[in-house]
Design a protein around this ligand. Structure first.
Ligand code: AQP
Length: 325
């Protein structure tokens, strides 16, 4: 059985961007793959976090993963910080990577731009992400388009390590969704929809009620023209709405454009489709919140399973580099 792994940072409430670009597909891997899904709480520390808020969001993101349909009896769900091998392997990989490689990452450039204090962790983040993947000897990593460059670096580090120290890691493939690979912010459609963006009106959260979804989409920024066309460069706002509607209904955004002659109807249909798509997630999330013991039990079992495989890979890598483990 092929093995897959993917993770999500608890830097905010999960939104429709990450859902359509990545998480929506995760439950489909559970039967035909050995699947590992984790909450990347250590990655969240690369930017300053309030400890109480971070701990709450970490649990909330874990609950959301169960709510989207990840079944802890068919997949391994865990918190990154509960498996010590992640940071231990990250150190070994940092010592095989160059500063230049890390500085070239566009996410580092974007997140460090204009900041007075940039943490060293933000620079070395890709080495921890490489460790997240390589520890599990994953064949494939389903991610959104924004993670393509980090996955390329993970592959480079694995190949370099294998060449220097002998075959140790499986070299993973990125699996990027052909639709909705990059959903844009509703208030600034030139920017990716992100959990940590400032404007709450820019993102649709997975647990938003239908009237909130309607309000956010009705206020989404479009343009001063009146033509509905799929042209992300010239009409980013309208194209983003078409992309959302297409992903929610399994259609093609260019073909959908031909069915609309008014922005208002496009917006109301998009709101309706997203609201329906998220209905089961909202309902399951509500049930899980009433039974937090379920989340704790899933995470405890998941961490135990994850540690077994991760520690084995870490020991092999450490011995290959000549250090005792
Ligand atoms: N807007 C998006 N469109 C498509 N895919 C997306 N992903 C995130 N945003 C979009 C994909 O979701 C997975 C989990 O992402 P993550 O939380 O690990 O990191 P991220 O890409 O940095 O997500 P955010 O929301 O932008 O977080 P912050 O605000 O903290 O930087 C990944 O597979 C990602 O590609």
């Amino acid at each position: 059985m092929a093995r897959i792994i993917s993770g999500v940072q608890p830097t905010g409430t999960l939104n429709i961007g990450g859902y359509l670009g990545a998480f929506r597909h995760w439950p489909t891997y559970q039967d035909e793959h050995e699947a590992y899904f984790f909450v990347a709480d250590l990655h969240a520390l690369t930017v300053r976090q309030d400890p109480v808020v971070l701990a709450g969001r970490t649990r909330d993101v874990a609950a959301s993963l169960l709510a989207i349909g990840i079944d802890p009896t068919r997949a391994t769900v865990f918190l990154q910080s509960e498996v010590a091998a992640h940071t231990r392997l990250a150190w070994l990989l940092q010592c095989s990577a160059s500063i230049g490689e890390m500085q070239r990452m566009t996410q580092f450039k974007d997140k460090s731009a204009g900041k007075d204090m940039v943490s060293l962790g933000l620079l070395t983040y890709p080495a921890l992400m490489a460790a997240d993947v390589l520890l599990y000897q994953a064949d494939a990593v389903p991610v959104g388009d924004d993670q393509r460059q980090h996955l390329e670096l993970t592959r480079d580090l694995a190949i370099r390590f294998n060449n220097r120290y002998g075959e140790t890691f499986v070299v993973p493939e990125a699996q990027i969704s052909p639709v909705a690979g990059r959903i844009m912010d509703l208030q600034d459609p030139t920017k990716k929809m992100s959990k940590s963006n400032d404007s709450p009106m820019g993102a649709i959260d997975l647990t938003d009620e239908p009237e909130v979804i309607r309000r956010k989409i009705s206020r989404a920024v479009t343009d001063s023209e009146a033509e509905v066309a799929y042209d992300p460069a010239r009409k980013p706002g309208v194209s983003n709405l078409l992309e959302l509607l297409a992903a929610a209904t399994g259609q093609n955004p260019s073909q959908l454009a031909g069915q609309y002659d008014r922005y208002g109807t496009l917006k109301s249909d998009t709101a309706e489709a997203i609201s329906e798509l998220l209905r089961p997630v909202r309902e399951r999330y509500g049930e899980l919140c009433k039974d937090p013991g379920q989340i704790d039990a899933a995470l405890a079992t998941g961490a135990q399973r994850a540690r077994e495989i991760a520690e084995d890979t870490y020991r092999r890598a450490a011995r290959a580099m000549g250090v005792s483990c």
